[in-house]
Each structure stands twice: as C-alpha cells, then as structure tokens.
Design a binder for this molecule. Structure first.
Ligand SMILES: [Zn+2]
Length: 360
C-alpha cells in the first residue's frame, strides 16, 4: 500500500505536512477502486484532518428546491412562537443586570443576555427582530451592526470585569449548524481563559514565537498568499484563504495582518470585515447551495498573556443541508472552540439511572 509524505516549507518556520495513503473504495456496483486519502496537519492547531480525494471531487449538487421547501416549512412552523420576533422578544428575553442599559442595540440588531448562559458573560444578538428569517446572502447589514455593537458591548464588559481577556463572536445559522431558532442570531461570549481550540492556537503561537521571534499566524498567512492556490483575497488589513487542513467543509479564515485584537479595529475596518465575511457566506451559499453555517471570531485582548503572539482570526465553515425537524447538537462551541456543551447534569442523571437500575 502506497504512503507518501510531503513536506513543504513555508514562510519562517511554517511547514505544511501532508501524508497521502492509497486506499480502496467500495462502489455501489460491488467493484473496488483505488483512491487516495490525504492526512493534512493544520499548522495553527497541530490537528490532522482527512480528505478522501475522490469523495471531495465527486460532484455534490444539493437539491436547492428541496432545501428551500424545507426552510420555508420550518419558517412557517416557527414564526408564530419565535422568541426573537419583534412582537415577543421584549417579553421573552432577559435584560442585562450588570450593565446600565437593559438591552443594547444598533441599527436592527438587539443584544440581550442569554437566558441559560454558558459563562459569566454570554449574550445573544438578535439580528433584526423585524425579520424572522433572512437568507445567508442577505446578512450584510445586520452583520455590520452586529460587529460594531459587539465592540461597544466588549468595552462595557471589560469595564465591569477586567479579568475578561478573550472575546468571541459566534453564529450558528440554521439547525444543521446547531441553532435551535431559525431567527438569525449570534452568540457573544467573553472569557477569562481561551476556549480549547483558541488555547491550542495561542499556546502553539507562543512556542513558535519563543523559537523564532515571529508570529505563527502571520507566517502561515504569508505562506498561503505565496502558494496562492487557497488564497482568496487581501483587502485592507485582512487576508482571506481556505486553510490547508480544514476542520469543517468549505472552511475559510479571515486574518488581521496588522496584529490587531477586535477592540482596536476602526469602524472602517469593521465595515471591511463585515463585507468580507458576508461575501464569503453569500458566495458559498449561492455557488454550492450551502444554507447552514457557523462562524467564530477569536480575539485575545491586550490584557491576555498571549496577546503578543496573537492576531484577530475569523473562521467560517458550512454544514449539511437543512431538513425539517432536525437540530444538530454540534454548534460553534463544539466545532470551532472544541468545548462540549452538554444539557444533562452528570450527578443528576447518574442519580436517576442509579435509582432505576438498583430498583429494577
Ligand atoms: Zn423570529
């Protein structure tokens, strides 16, 4: 069986490692065919991904009509009781207890605390209470307001608790991406420690810096730009590329090459970032029929011990086709942060199972 290892030197000490293994595919007519599986090591996390090359190049045409029908059905079914719609969100969502303002808003975006937070500061941004659903290609206006509003919100949070050193803006769009609500909304999280995936990226960047005196993410970006095959565009201070070793289908990164954190972006930078992010979402959605996505914006504030090794990173990836009556239990937190959110309490369900088992 053939195994080949490819190592290509990038900028600085970045190395792109790919192992190609010859495997066998079982076809539906019972015959066998050789195929190649690529194992690619992500330079930012050190994690490997696997790509079956045959499968990746197999034409995949989602049934757009079927998807639209499914989405329309879910819109119709959920609209009358949606807690984020204008007629209900004032009664059905909580108010901030730690800020002077009870809610924050900008344009059509409203920020409220999450009813069941996973962290001290975990808020929900409703992207326009006036519209129950927006297709992925119609989010620009609300994403721009979302980003600008988050900057204002993070500023207030830091004033309330200077121990918050990491800021994350995240979105689960539709149920395959882990959203239980059709109404577009984002989840805004700050934290004292980085999430698992962000922590891996930061610690790896720290080791790289100690060894080379350079920034891993920027060397990696320069590597992608010089290779060119996965580089999409550079605009202002942002570079967009598809990563060498994606963790999710149709993954793209947006990196701030000016070593910024989210809080030091100007409004002009935010406008460019929102435009780029929305253009990626629209392009993948329209070109490949992908309607469901996650994105996370990762930022280490200057107070973080890792801030000197870090720069703003946005990761966006796309999920399976939406079908009615289905919510994935893997959302941005599991997929893009490696943190598992569970809705069952171990001591409680163990007690219950213990009781059932001992009684019965
Ligand atoms: Zn709604």
């Amino acid at each position: 069986m053939l195994v080949r290892i490819y190592r290509s030197r990038g900028v600085g000490s970045v190395e792109l490692v790919k192992v190609v293994e010859e495997c066998v595919m079982y076809l539906s007519d019972g015959s066998l065919r050789k195929c190649l599986v690529e194992y690619r090591k992500d330079p930012l996390t050190g994690l490997w991904c696997r790509i079956n090359v045959e499968r990746a190049f197999r034409e995949h045409r989602p049934d757009i009509e079927e998807i639209r029908k499914n989405i329309e059905e879910v819109i119709k079914r959920t609209e009358s009781d949606c807690p984020f719609c204008a007629s209900r969100f004032r009664e059905r969502t909580p108010r901030f207890y730690f800020l002077k303002e009870s809610v924050l808003s900008r344009g059509a975006v409203v920020l409220v605390p999450n009813m069941f937070p996973f962290g001290k500061f975990h808020s929900i941004a409703i992207l326009d209470p006036g519209r129950h659903y927006r297709p992925p290609w119609d989010l620009h206006e609300v994403i721009l307001d979302l980003l600008a509003l988050c900057q204002e919100y993070f500023e207030k949070i830091i004033r309330v608790d200077s121990g918050q050193k990491y800021c994350y803006i995240n979105m689960n769009f539709l149920f395959p991406a882990g959203s239980s609500a059709v109404h577009p909304h984002a989840q805004i999280v700050t934290a004292r420690r980085p999430t698992n995936v962000h922590g891996v990226i930061l610690r790896r960047a720290e080791r790289y810096y100690r060894k080379t005196g350079r920034l891993l993410l920027l060397d990696y970006v320069d590597t992608e730009v010089s290779i060119g095959a996965r580089h999409v565009l550079t605009k202002g201070r942002f570079v967009v590329y598809a990563p060498f070793a994606p963790h999710v289908n149709y993954e793209f990164h947006i990196v701030d090459i000016e070593r910024g954190d989210f809080q030091n972006l100007s409004l002009c930078d935010i406008k460019i970032l929102a435009r780029i992010l929305c253009n990626i979402i629209s392009a993948v959605s329209l070109r490949f029929g992908q309607y469901s996505f996650n994105f996370s914006i990762y930022s280490a504030l200057p107070s973080s011990r890792y801030s000197r090794y870090s720069t703003l990173l946005v990761r966006v990836g796309f999920r399976k086709e939406p079908y009615a009556n289905y919510v994935n239990d893997i959302g941005f937190m599991e997929l893009l942060h490696g943190e598992h959110v569970v809705v069952t309490y171990p001591e409680e369900y163990a007690r219950s199972v213990r009781l059932t088992m001992t009684l019965g």
